[in-house]
Design a binder for this molecule. Structure first.
Ligand code: HEM
Length: 393
């Protein structure tokens, strides 16, 4: 993987918030540390987040033939142009578990698109290829606003056995039922982490978003809308968020009762094995020219802030086709291929550079996660080869 430097983002150099560089490097280190704890050798290391795959499918990404001229930028420069693509559907949860947990809570679902061989100039190449990755979740906002909050989450996961509850502890100060000792501990935590009143407001926002995720049922990963949540450049002077929305209802549309542990995978396999192709509209919300989207702007720096669709409506710019049937989706080869892929928002044309605090954080963290898991995999394969050789030679 090589990186094109310097970055061409007009906002990147203006002013990164204090301590951001330190926050990013500590989060990348914690990502690797958490992976080592979750997957002690010789276990195969899975992704730092979104480790559970429902399946990887082949797709075709077609720029709309009638895309408005003002949106013909970057990947969307040529009306009607077609690209091959891979799509991976996943659960965001850091640990692989049942799709609905044993308390009946749902989770965040992911859709990652790798648009292949897009030409142009990319920020980071993908093993030598110029690919454009689009990573999305099934909520229009991300649960953690910025790199400061995400680091605090990772520290809690590290110290509290991969459980996130401690991140929300400051909200318990309002709870009259807590004991004096619990109150003292929470206050000590707030002081140690230098948590301000503004930070506590954002923790309350995160809590609300997590509650929404946990109560959002998804029957079929191919049947729901996904969002970038975070913003990206759209050329030199505009910014965008993107979304993929199924063009029609995709059966199965009901969650089985009781739900099987991997019912989302079952639904995906069933849907791609029918004879009808599946389609998503790929849409953009674009803001820009003259509007203030500078570095202090919530709309860019807070990934939990939603762009009002009434002001910034989604406009269709492309179509994703998933040709059916794809019986090979469930094959060992395809599953292995899917594990070997690495998606990052930084596999991107310069025109669509990721921006905002969460996206700056993602650059090193995705690299740390994918390099670590793929390295272990390679050394494990070498180890197996050597062992078999010494046994049989
Ligand atoms: C708008 C916010 C975000 C969205 C929409 C998003 C979405 C996704 C999706 C869909 C995947 C799965 C990619 C695949 O199928 O391989 C993924 C992977 C991942 N995400 Fe995020 N994510 C977001 C923010 C973050 C943040 C803030 C972090 C941590 C700093 C993070 C860390 C990771 C990691 C480590 C992986 C796995 C990388 C690998 O090993 O290949 N994500 N994300």
């Amino acid at each position: 993987m090589s990186t094109n430097q310097p970055s061409r983002c007009p906002f990147e150099h203006i002013k990164n918030p204090d301590l951001e560089a330190e926050q990013i490097s500590e989060t990348a280190e914690l990502t690797v540390k958490l992976l080592d704890k979750r997957y002690p050798p010789p276990a195969q290391i899975l992704r730092g987040v979104h480790p559970k795959s429902h399946g990887c499918v082949k797709g075709i990404f077609t720029v709309s033939p009638d895309i408005p001229p003002e949106l013909q930028i970057g990947l969307f420069a040529e009306p009607g142009k077609q690209f091959d693509a891979f799509l991976r559907f996943s659960n965001a949860a850091a640990l692989v578990g049942p799709d609905i947990d044993n308390t009946g809570k749902h989770g965040s679902r992911g859709m990652a698109i790798k648009v292949l061989d897009v030409g142009g100039e990319v920020l980071i190449d993908d093993n030598g290829a110029n690919n454009q990755d689009f990573l999305m979740i099934n909520q229009p906002v991300f649960a953690f606003a910025n790199s400061k909050d995400y680091l605090r989450l990772d520290r809690v996961l590290d110290q509290q056995d991969d459980k996130a509850d401690g991140f929300f502890a400051p909200l318990q100060l309002q709870n009259p039922a807590i004991t004096e000792e619990q109150r003292r501990n929470i206050l000590a935590y707030i002081e140690a982490e230098d948590i301000s009143a503004e930070d506590i407001q954002r923790i309350a926002d995160s809590f609300k978003i997590v509650g929404e995720i946990q109560s959002t049922p998804v029957a079929n990963p191919l049947g729901v809308q996904y969002f970038s949540a975070a913003p990206f450049l759209f050329g030199q002077d505009r910014v965008m968020k993107f979304s993929a929305k199924p063009c029609a209802e995709v059966p199965p549309t009901e969650i089985p009762n009781p739900p099987a542990a991997n019912y989302l995978r079952d639904a995906l396999i069933e849907a791609v094995n029918r004879s009808d192709d599946l389609h998503f509209d790929f849409m953009l919300q674009v803001r820009g020219e003259g509007e203030d989207f500078g570095i202090d702007n919530e709309a860019i720096e807070n990934a939990s802030s939603e762009w009002d669709e009434a002001l910034y409506p989604f406009v269709k710019v492309a179509k994703i086709t998933i040709p059916a049937p794809q019986p090979e989706v469930d094959s060992d080869e395809n599953i292995a291929h899917c594990e070997n892929l690495a998606f990052t928002p930084w596999h991107s044309l310069v025109e669509h550079q990721p921006i905002g605090s969460i996206n700056r954080l993602r650059k090193s963290v995705y690299q740390a996660s994918s390099e670590h898991r793929l390295q272990r995999k390679d050394s494990f394969v070498q180890f197996l080869k050597k062992t078999f050789k010494s046994l049989f030679c």
